[in-house]
Design a protein around this ligand. Sequence first.
Ligand SMILES: Cc1cc2nc3c(=O)[nH]c(=O)nc-3n(C[C@H](O)[C@H](O)[C@H](O)COP(=O)(O)OP(=O)(O)OC[C@H]3O[C@@H](n4cnc5c(N)ncnc54)[C@H](O)[C@@H]3O)c2cc1C
Length: 561
Amino acid sequence: MHISPLGPPTGADAVPDSHGLNLWRADPWARPLLGLYLAPELLAHLEPHLDRMGALAGGRLDELAGLADRNPPVLHQRTRRGEDAQRIAYHPAYQEMERVAFGEYGLAAMSHRAGVLGWPEPLPPAAKYALTYLFVQAEFGLCCPLSMTDALARTLRKFGDPALVARYLPALTATDLDALRQGAMFMTEQGAGSDIAATAVRAAPLPDGSWALTGDKWFCSNPDAGMALVLARREGGAPGLRGVSLFLLPRELPDGTRNRYRIVRLKEKLGTRSMASGEIALEGAVAWLVGDPEAGFRQMADMVNASRLSNGMRAAGLMRRAVTEAVFVARNRIAFGKHIVEMPLMRRQLVKLMLPMEQARSMMFQTAEALRRSDAGEAGAYPLLRILTPLLKFRACRDARKVTGDAMEVRGGCGYIEEWADPRLLRDAHLGSIWEGTSNIVALDVLRAASREGSLLVLRAHLHGLLGNGAELPEALPALDRAMALAEAAQRDQALARQAASALYHLTSACAMAWEAGRLGDAERLALARLVLRHRVLPRDPLEAAAAEVPDALLAKALAA
Ligand SMILES: Cc1cc2nc3c(=O)[nH]c(=O)nc-3n(C[C@H](O)[C@H](O)[C@H](O)COP(=O)(O)OP(=O)(O)OC[C@H]3O[C@@H](n4cnc5c(N)ncnc54)[C@H](O)[C@@H]3O)c2cc1C
């Protein structure tokens, strides 16, 4: 940017524009942190892909995301010749983003088969989330179909009959867009959202072993997906949750005809406007039972948990983009004859934005690592995964609402204008706390993990492990005991669930960041971990002047990229 020696910049020069920034290179912690969670040879292999994704996300993808956001999908009922043939028309910008995400990068396929991005094995969760974390910094809406396709493949592989898996898995994990069939999840009904036991869609057995589904589904994202997992109540089945089974619903039947369901209309949404969410009427649609008929909800929970982890990662990515924009503006915008980043009050504000963003990133990697270990069958990894997932989904999605809003303010009036990414980030961020379980439901799930899986004890052991393994954060120990006691109290009084979930999240993220700091020899990350404890966990005197504690070295590091 040109700064005139005679005074502040004028016209276009006065308005900082980050377009074209490589979002991988602009993130000083991206590479060092990933080095803690990926094997060196895999990181070396992925680096060019991460670098390219960073360039795309800060450039072409960002343009496409803006276009797709302003041109939402449209449902057409008939062809121009009057034939009944429903179709959703997507903007070409959305289709180009699909080619990048599903095709070039294979983000939905990489956990399920070898060969994606030239790697001879399926890629571990940390690799997938590191790449998607960059993608989502440009485009949030498409991450829902991506995540559902990935999670559907996972749940089908885990519980599906081998013949069903053999028939549908190749299309779900294709990177050739003509062969690809995306995934969806049709669970919510008008009378059954959080309360799945109220599911009313009916399933009747057919002579060939398949089932006919009838009834309405009220929220169906990616409604024209090639296949969906659906919850429905078996005719003659037990009341309550045991009567609810999981079904695989293909859009096309094996004979090539359209299955018997209709998209009734598309929702007009605050965010995720690039992606279609609709209502579906099932009119005797043919579906196949997946797994144990009495364990439909438990099996669907596997897909939901995978999606919740993905949602936490997306919240972390939205916050990262918001912070990148805020830092860029602060470094380049001039007011009162200075770059605004030089103002003490702005510096403090930037650290407040960075803190929840870095917490979410550490929690994302910790949860991804627990998933890898759990899938490898390591002892204690599953209960850890079961509690880290709702902790991440609950708190990171809530923090993303605030961080995207406050980052918008750093851009001043331009932050409120739809030509910039800020409004899109804010609108998208609000959905994270609602879908895949609202904040209340996800906080209650933390308690469920504690009571059913013994996850609290496992989490405590994990945090002691981090603290005993290079994390210089001794002040976390007494707080840890108190947070555990709070979580136990919440099991007796649900009204405490959110407070307990927040406390566990903040402590876990502080310990993880301190552990990362120890491994990297990184004093600034340790300073962040201490700030988490001080500001988000330990009791504080609200009248105490805390301005002096904004560490300059921390900002210098964040601003270095
Ligand atoms: C854009 C969008 C896309 C979506 N896509 C999909 C999709 O693809 N597939 C799908 O199946 N669903 C989808 N959903 C639905 C979404 O997951 C649900 O809306 C959400 O789970 C909440 O369910 P509900 O709307 O029925 O609200 P309710 O369950 O009625 O909840 C209303 C309020 O009550 C609270 N509440 C409920 N139970 C309790 C409790 N025990 N204790 C305390 N508070 C409680 C909730 O926290 C919430 O604040 C989508 C939603 C949106 C907005």
